[in-house]
Design a protein around this ligand. Structure first.
Ligand SMILES: Nc1nc2c(c(=O)[nH]1)N[C@H]1C(S)=C(S)[C@@H](COP(=O)(O)OP(=O)(O)OC[C@H]3O[C@@H](n4cnc5c(=O)[nH]c(N)nc54)[C@H](O)[C@@H]3O)O[C@H]1N2
Ligand SMILES: Nc1nc2c(c(=O)[nH]1)N[C@H]1C(S)=C(S)[C@@H](COP(=O)(O)OP(=O)(O)OC[C@H]3O[C@@H](n4cnc5c(=O)[nH]c(N)nc54)[C@H](O)[C@@H]3O)O[C@H]1N2
Ligand code: SF4
Ligand SMILES: [Mo]
Length: 896
């Protein structure tokens, strides 16, 4: 024994959301990985949310793609990449450069992205490279470019803390940017004058810190913000000097917005005149206002107009680029911003240059020394897959995205991939629905195994670093792309010895011909050595010149917009009535995220911790809509549009808006029988940005009748779940499965099929209620327990899941399993709220009733909310509900 620990800690960046938190990853001697927030990282100062904290549990090699495959058979890199190069080259030869395409992702690193874009736009000579950022940031990009002449996020995170009014539009910050939310929460606690307004049709966890929640009708944000512009003008809250000096088009925008007629706006938005007046007055009176927006704005057929309606109000008040002021687009993916820097969208060039600008094209081509340069926009995601479906795309390379689950009209996307003659998929897992459509599968290096940079929402570039060896034959994405490029005959331009070399080239391109004409400039990093690249501290751009500076990086406080006259444009936008709903599809389907899952769950779906908060796909329904459709809580419902259908659990709640249904986007065919909600979403897009309106699809709902319902916990993962409905998730010690089926099912046979052959059974049947419970043991260990009934079964999920790790060897203990409920001395936890310490809603309610009335007090007695803090807003909501009940009880007592 030397006594020296072999543990090493690496500073890296979280691979999930656009907050871009710094992570300290420690590889322990037993190979496990400890995860902690980096106290020095300016995005999070040591904090991590529930997803970030659980990262160490997502690194197992289960389901990992480890070797290249051709036609489902193991191959090697030489065979696979030769085939990819040949097929792409052949298609280009026979059908031209526009017959091939890349569909990439805001989750690859800047270096990966740079190489992909360079290969397609400079060497293949097509702009048919689009990215899942089309589904995410495209409307922001388009709105920024229309207003500023460049795709610039002007402000910084600090502004969210130093403002006096934070308006969150279409953002569930508490669940989707939890560390930013915590920073806001802390700032608000320190500044009694700070106000938060949430603009969202649903009441979300974010509303826990809201002083005002504006539950507007879906897709009426333009009416709301146009009304605000009118109000600002009528109340002389404008900054005439700024408008005069730095903008064009104000009069047209005001004209289009119309007068601030509160009653008309109330009709359009469904908000009360009182709430509208309150909001407008708040904004008019508060100089330090930040409007942060996310997918409720971007993912709309009027998304770009929404963005510009918001930006107009900031230009009109000169509240932009100054501390505590500005419009702020919160980016979703870890490298949404890096993708924009390299020009990964089909309508952009590299380094924030414009594909329609001949000077920019010449500049990029000469910098790349490339044989050609794409001269027109390529196909945007939805159009790209339509073209694929129509046979126009002959070879398609999909990288780090799962379009069979995440694009609208997802069944149509699956069909397109079936039709496409040659599909390449680079992924880290085989448990992704898109993988099934690949002719060639390329195993990518995952987070922790690769090196490069990402840029977060506030333009801060951080390093993602390698702390694990490459498993199997996996390789980073840039390596795969560069190798294919060389095999396609572009030997000279794709010789990189590592990510640092690519980053230097990217930085040098940002400098080329720039001279202050473009916002994206990181010249100071263009000669960075590999060692300095390794140690690169998080750094905000712009960084022009020859050395890195820590000076002001905000844009536009004094104008300086990236147009020839240096001025910004107001954009005249007007409210359009949202899509008409037919009688057959009377509800609006809204889709989005839950706290502990990431997109199509290929990573968070692997951990019991991330699955304990919400383990099943669900639809949030307003009580009136549920009643009208004859749907009760926990019923299984079909959500249907002309494009497809999904089956999910009904959750009836006053937090939903009447006429709207919210379904999370996360469930796939890997984990549910029919939870893929994008099969239902309409492929309608914003005419300016091409971004789909993923938050607005007219749908119908109906209750599905099943002969039986059930819940099971199983030690081993079942191969196949052949019942009408199922949803599976990992839990400590095994798996948890929700199911339902038709009355013909022989339930005992069904249960037996899912348990080991040598299991020893016990059963209990209650003829009066129709409940049937079956459990099986192998030796002392519970192999599985089933709780069946004619209706959705109310068995406590946390208790049942706990059985897999509990002692159930004695006869007594076994009968307790069959009793189907916790013993009296072990009360039910209720739904898990705190995933770090597995604390449930009932436990919190009990402590609240005993006098723990603050989030802090709950933390002191139950530990809930004291680790990552992601559940604090839900704890607050529960406490508010308990307080309200107590008040009502007191009122009743007083009245009687
Ligand atoms: N837990 C978790 N966090 C994530 C992700 C994840 O998968 N899981 N993904 C990341 C990514 S890529 C992204 S893009 C971000 C997304 O972050 P957000 O945009 O905050 O998340 P969403 O849930 O998609 O949508 C936000 C809200 O828009 C509301 N909305 C719907 N229609 C309208 C409307 O017409 N107007 C307004 N004002 N609001 C509306 C919805 O009700 C929803 O609450 O999250 C990032 N963070
Ligand atoms: N209905 C509806 N649909 C939506 C949305 C919505 O709100 N509603 N939101 C949209 C938005 S904003 C987004 S960003 C998209 C996200 O949608 P997707 O991008 O489709 O979702 P992910 O699950 O993140 O897919 C990433 C894939 O890359 C793989 N992967 C992970 N790391 C690597 C790597 O380093 N290299 C490679 N090659 N692969 C890797 C993962 O295993 C996974 O299969 O969904 C969009 N779709
Ligand atoms: S907020 Fe959470 S998911 Fe987002 S970067 Fe930070 S730790 Fe990761
Ligand atoms: Mo996103």
């Amino acid at each position: 024994m030397t006594g020296i620990s072999k543990e090493k800690t690496v500073k890296t960046t979280c691979p999930y959301c656009g907050v871009g938190c710094g992570v300290l990853a420690t590889v322990r001697e037993d190979g496990s990985v400890g995860i902690a927030g980096d106290p020095d990282h300016p995005a999070n100062y040591g904090r991590l949310c529930s997803k970030g904290s659980a990262l160490g549990e997502t690194l197992s090699l289960e389901d990992r793609l480890l070797y290249p495959e051709i036609g489902g058979k193991r191959s090697d890199w030489d065979g696979a990449l030769t085939l990819v190069a040949e097929k792409f080259s052949a298609a280009i030869r026979e059908h031209g450069p526009d017959s091939v395409a890349f569909y990439v992702s805001g989750q690859i690193l800047t270096e990966d992205y740079y190489v992909a874009n360079k290969l397609m736009k400079g060497f293949i000579g097509s702009a048919n490279i689009d990215t899942n950022s089309r589904l995410c940031m495209a409307s922001s990009v388009a709105g920024h470019r229309r207003a500023f002449g460049s795709d610039t996020v002007a402000g910084a995170y600090e502004d969210l803390e130093t403002c006096d009014l934070l308006v969150l539009v279409g953002s569930n910050l508490a669940w989707c940017h939890p560390v930013l939310f915590q920073r806001v929460e802390a700032a608000k606690a320190n500044n009694p004058n700070m106000r938060v307004v949430v603009v969202d049709p649903r009441e979300t966890a974010t509303c826990a810190i809201a002083d005002l929640h504006l539950a507007l009708k879906p897709d009426t944000d333009v009416a709301l913000f146009n009304g605000l512009l009118g109000f600002l003008s009528e109340t002389e809250a404008l900054d005439r000097t700024y408008i005069e000096a730095h903008t064009n088009g104000f009069e047209d925008a005001i004209q289009a917005a119309g007068a601030c007629e509160i009653n008309r706006i109330s009709g359009e938005t469904g908000l009360t005149p009182h709430d509208l007046a309150t909001f407008y007055t708040m904004v008019a009176r508060t100089e330090k206002t930040v409007t942060l927006y996310s997918q409720g704005v971007n993912q709309s057929v009027v998304g770009t107009d929404k963005v510009n309606a918001i930006i107009n109000t900031h230009l009109a008040t000169g509240r932009i680029g100054k501390p505590g002021m500005g419009p702020f687009s919160a980016t979703g993916q870890p490298n949404a911003m890096g993708g924009r820097e390299v020009g990964g969208l089909a309508n952009m060039l590299a380094a924030h240059m414009a594909i329609e600008n001949p000077d920019h094209r010449a500049l990029v081509q000469s910098f790349w020394q490339s044989p050609t340069i794409a001269s027109k926009q390529g196909l945007k995601a939805v159009d790209l897959f339509n073209a694929t479906r129509n046979g126009k795309i002959k070879a398609l390379w999909i990288m780090a995205t799962n379009p069979v689950d995440s694009l609208p009209d997802a069944d149509g996307v699956a069909e397109a991939l079936e039709i496409c003659p040659f599909v390449v998929v680079s992924d880290v897992t085989r448990a992704a629905d898109t993988v099934a459509y690949a002719d060639v599968l390329l195993p990518a290096a995952a987070w922790g195994e690769k090196d490069g940079t990402v840029t977060n929402s506030e333009r801060r570039i951080s390093r993602q670093k390698k702390f694990l060896d490459l498993p199997g034959d996996t390789r980073p994405d840039w390596w795969q792309l560069a190798d294919v490029a060389r095999r396609m005959g572009f030997e000279d331009a794709f010789h990189y010895d590592g990510p640092a070399a690519i980053f230097r080239e990217h930085a040098a391109l940002s400098n080329a011909g720039n001279n202050g004409s473009r916002d994206f400039d990181i010249s100071a990093l263009k000669d960075i050595s590999p060692a300095a690249f390794d140690d690169l501290e998080p750094i905000q751009w712009p960084q022009p010149g020859t050395s890195v500076s820590n000076g002001e990086t905000r844009f536009f406080a004094k104008g300086g917009f990236f147009r020839s006259d240096g001025k910004a444009n107001f954009i005249a936008v007007s409210h359009k009535e949202p899509r008409k709903r037919e009688r057959r599809y009377p509800l609006v389907l809204n889709t989005g995220r839950v706290r502990d899952h990431w997109h199509t769950m290929t990573r968070t779906g692997k951990t019991p911790r991330s699955s304990s908060h919400i383990a099943e796909p669900y639809a949030e329904l307003h009580p009136d809509d549920a009643r009208e459709a004859g749907i009760a809580a926990a019923d299984l419902v079909e959500v249907k549009s002309p494009h497809g259908s999904a089956v999910v659990r009904a959750q009836i709640t006053g937090r939903a808006q009447k006429g709207s249904v919210f379904v999370p986007m996360h469930w796939t065919d890997q984990v549910s029988s029919k939870g893929r909600i994008d099969a239902v979403v309409a492929p309608e897009t914003d005419p300016v940005s091409g971004q789909p309106g993923s938050k607005f699809t007219p749908v119908a709902i109906r209750k599905l009748e099943f002969g039986w319902h059930g819940f099971a916990v199983l030690r081993n993962k079942p191969d196949q779940l052949e019942t009408g409905y199922w949803a599976i998730a990992p839990t400590e010690g095994g798996w948890r499965v929700e199911m339902a089926g038709n009355s013909e099912t022989d339930l005992e046979h069904h249960a037996a099929r899912l348990l080991p052959e040598d299991a020893e059974f016990l059963r209990f049947e209650d003829v009066t209620t129709g409940a049937l419970r079956i459990a099986g043991w192998t030796g002392a260990d519970l192999a599985g327990a089933f709780f069946f009934g004619p209706d959705p079964v109310g068995v406590s999920r946390p208790w049942a899941c706990g059985l897999l790790t509990a002692e159930t060897a004695t006869k007594d203990q076994r009968f307790r399993v069959l009793a189907g409920r916790p013993p009296a001395d072990l009360p039910d936890k209720g739904a898990i709220v705190c995933s770090c310490f597995q604390v449930g809603s009932s436990e919190i309610a009990v402590e609240a009733a005993r006098g723990a009335t603050t989030v802090k007090a709950i933390g002191a007695c139950l530990k809930a909310g004291t680790n990552c803090g992601s559940c604090r807003s839900e704890i607050q909501t529960l406490l508010d509900a308990v307080a309200k009940e107590t008040r009502e009880d007191a009122d009743i007592a007083q009245a009687s």
